[in-house]
Ligand binder design. Structure first.
Ligand SMILES: [Zn+2]
Ligand SMILES: [Zn+2]
Length: 349
């Protein structure tokens, strides 16, 4: 879909969705917005200008997603083999999974934030003992917050699991925010927006007043903000500060990586901020006389249901999200925490 001269929105489906299904859902929610329980697709953006062919994000590394990407590029007269640059907003597998395949066929320049690049090195290119260590730390961390152990059949199987539908690529160019990437006639300013991921970036094109927002700003859902062993110390504080950074920009068209494109950036930022402030108040009430993060997550009214209905991985994401809010409240002096019998309890002050 053409956004403006030289900018096109593509679509690559998540595993388990066909391209036709994903396109249909995109059309439906764009006409009539509603919150979906799972994500069916990613929206990569293609920029073609003066012989430069750039993608912002790609998709999971499945054949279906690769075919959808190829088809999308061919509609605009280019092919993945001709790609010159691939900019990654953050290295979650839905945005980054296909990067290794694209690098192999095009030798494009891979650009990402230095913090995401560090994460790629430690997650995808570290030796097995390191990966096992991280998994053990993660399990200990979850126990400490009251989360029951994963059933044995769901335990991650080391490198096999992390490589599923991901062919990683290392960064050729690492950015920190503030740089200007010149893509032909386009001047993309790198805006560092930590929160959802420590090295998440948005790309801002001032002349055209467009913002490629990645997962930072989405039209109806709020991105997962989680506290865990590989996150920043207070990711919710980072996220709220990052909302303020993009709020300052003069934007007429927001191009997110999921759902659909929107026009009103400032209104959406207000909604997202209200959502987190309401959730903070709700969590404070849920702490009661002292509770683990697991207890609190079980009392929260999640938009997609209750903790007991979630699968174990979604439960972990919900606990991470809960912890991000509890830590924020702690740093604001509205909560304190104590350790008892290897478990961490949050208590009102
Ligand atoms: Zn993400
Ligand atoms: Zn995403």
């Amino acid at each position: 879909m053409k956004i403006t001269d030289g900018v096109f929105q593509l679509l690559t489906p998540f595993p388990k969705f066909s391209t036709a299904e994903a396109r249909k859902i995109h059309g439906e929610i764009r006409d009539k917005p509603k919150v979906l329980k799972g994500l069916p697709y990613v929206l990569p953006y293609l920029i073609i200008s003066n012989g430069e062919i750039t993608l912002i994000d790609c998709g999971w590394n499945t054949d279906t997603a690769f075919e959808a990407l190829t088809e999308g590029m061919e509609e605009h007269g280019v092919s993945p083999e001709a790609l010159t640059k691939l900019i990654i907003t953050h290295v979650h597998p839905d945005h980054f999974g296909m990067s290794g395949r694209l690098k192999e066929i095009s030798n494009c320049e891979i650009i990402m934030h230095e913090k995401e690049s560090d994460f790629v090195d430690s997650r995808y290119f570290a030796d097995k003992s390191f990966t096992n260590e991280v998994q053990n730390d993660m399990q200990r961390y979850m126990r400490q917050h009251g989360v029951p152990d994963l059933p044995a059949d769901l335990m991650p199987k080391g490198s096999m699991n992390r490589m599923q539908n991901v062919l990683p690529a290392k960064a050729d160019t690492k950015v920190r925010g503030g740089e200007h990437l010149n893509i032909g006639d386009f001047d993309l300013e790198v805006v560092w927006t930590p929160g959802h991921a420590p090295g998440h970036i948005c790309l801002y094109e001032e002349n055209r007043k467009i913002l490629f927002s990645g997962d930072h700003i989405l039209p109806t859902i709020t991105p997962n903000i989680s506290l865990h062993i590989q996150s920043a110390d207070n990711p919710l504080r980072d996220y709220i500060s990052s909302l303020e950074i993009v709020e300052e920009l003069d934007v007429e068209h927001v191009l997110p990586a999921h759902e659909f494109d929107i026009r009103e950036l400032k209104r959406r930022i207000l909604e997202i901020r209200d959502h987190h402030y309401a959730r903070l108040d709700e969590m404070l009430k849920c702490v009661d006389a002292g509770a683990t993060a697991w207890d609190v997550a079980g009392r929260v009214q999640w938009t997609t249901g209750t903790l007991a209905d979630f699968d174990p991985f979604t439960q972990r994401a919900a606990v991470g999200e809960t912890l991000a809010h509890l830590e924020y409240l702690f740093e604001e002096g509205r909560l304190s925490k104590i350790k008892r019998d290897e478990q961490l309890f949050w208590i009102p002050v």
